[in-house]
Design a protein around this ligand. Structure first.
Ligand code: COI
Length: 357
């Protein structure tokens, strides 16, 4: 895999400047990054270089027209301290789905996973050892043609950098159901991990934060009736003893944590429904005392409990987090697999020296 990779190591690691007991999310960067370029119809020049600013033309089309996609994944350590990577093949697949939607080239597995494994070998010591911490991995690809006309770029850059991280959210969330802005429309880009989806959510979130909320719940763009996502996360509701998550039919990002929770719920015998779920139904369940839990899932957030949901001025207060036995059990099962403390029945975990077919 990637036999022609060049490695230029940093002269002095920055790791001694990091307080691993207190890491803010996304602000501390490991020593190196992996870079590759796409030109003349193929990926080339794989290299590992020190993490540092990159010089770019101000005319690159990613900056002007948003041909830019990304992924998020995490690496952990098993009880013996050996690094483990969680479901990188699923991220690779999704990155290529996003690439297709924005008319960008697919990235090959040897560059995506092979490059990542080489990077992790160089920066292995950056994978946190403490429980509750992990190494967040950010692969991204953007258009680098120096051209101001609008057309798909012919050249691209692919970069992976990593950040040791703790929790993304430190407390249960108070969310507001957005009743004016929407995140995605049918046949749009909602299912893809494209940079512009996140930019479009920033103004509505700013308004919600001014009202004291932590995050928004997005409704479908057509009828503003069905629940879709919350902030950057997929959503789950426990109604009675059934876990319900909105069906992903083009407007919802198909989260890898979402998929993992669905599979683990099945393993644990939890009843699951993947379907359309209206905000009215959530209210009805609440009024009947059947809404036992609501939480978001995502790579950064893992499982983020929701404490209150407000829609058009009505507020639902959910049961205390300690009482939510189903999501606590699922969270525990997921953590145990990711940190190598339990069997990995789905074959999700990859070791640094595993051969990737
Ligand atoms: C992720 O969960 O990886 C995301 O893309 C969310 C981002 C806010 C860190």
């Amino acid at each position: 895999m990637l036999s022609n990779i060049k490695i230029n190591r940093i002269s002095q690691s920055n790791i001694q400047n990091v307080d691993f007991d207190n890491i803010p999310f996304g602000k501390v960067f490991s020593d190196h990054m992996f870079i590759a370029d796409y030109r003349d119809g193929k990926w080339c020049d794989p290299r590992i270089v020190p993490y540092e600013p990159i010089a770019m033309s101000p005319a690159i089309s990613a900056l002007h027209y948003g041909q830019s996609i990304f992924e998020g994944m995490k690496a952990y350590r098993n009880p013996e301290g050996k690094p483990l990577l969680f479901r990188p093949e699923a991220n690779h697949k999704r990155m290529n789905k996003s690439a297709e939607r924005l008319c960008m080239p697919n990235i090959t597995k040897d560059f995506f996973i092979g490059g990542l494994l080489e990077l992790l070998k160089v920066d292995e010591q950056w994978i946190p050892k403490k429980d509750g911490y992990s190494l967040y991995i950010r692969p991204f690809m953007f258009a680098i043609d120096e051209y101001v006309g609008i057309r798909p770029s012919e050249s691209y850059r692919f970069i992976i950098f990593t950040c040791p991280v703790g929790s993304y959210y430190t407390a249960p969330l108070n969310v507001k159901v957005s009743d004016n802005y929407v995140r995605a429309f049918p046949r749009g880009t909602g299912y893809a991990k494209v940079a512009g989806n996140y930019a479009a959510g920033m103004l509505p979130l700013k308004f919600a934060r001014q009202e004291g909320f932590d995050q928004l719940v997005w409704l479908d763009g057509k009828e503003m009736k069905y629940v879709e996502e919350s902030g950057t996360m997929n959503l789950f509701f426990q109604i009675g003893d059934t876990l319900v998550t909105p069906i992903a039919e083009g407007t919802i990002l198909e989260g890898i944590t979402r998929d993992s929770i669905l599979k683990l719920a099945k393993d644990l015998g939890v009843k699951v429904e993947v379907r359309k779920l209206s905000i009215e139904e959530v209210f009805e369940a609440y009024n009947k005392g059947k809404l036992k839990d609501a939480f978001g899932t995502g790579t950064a957030a893992t499982i983020a409990p929701i404490q209150t949901i407000t829609y058009k001025g009505f507020r639902m207060e959910l049961p205390p987090v300690e009482s939510r036995s189903v999501s606590l059990k699922l969270h525990h099962a997921l953590d145990a697999i990711r940190t190598g403390k339990s069997e990995d029945p789905h074959g999700w975990m990859i070791k640094l020296n595993d051969k990737i077919s």
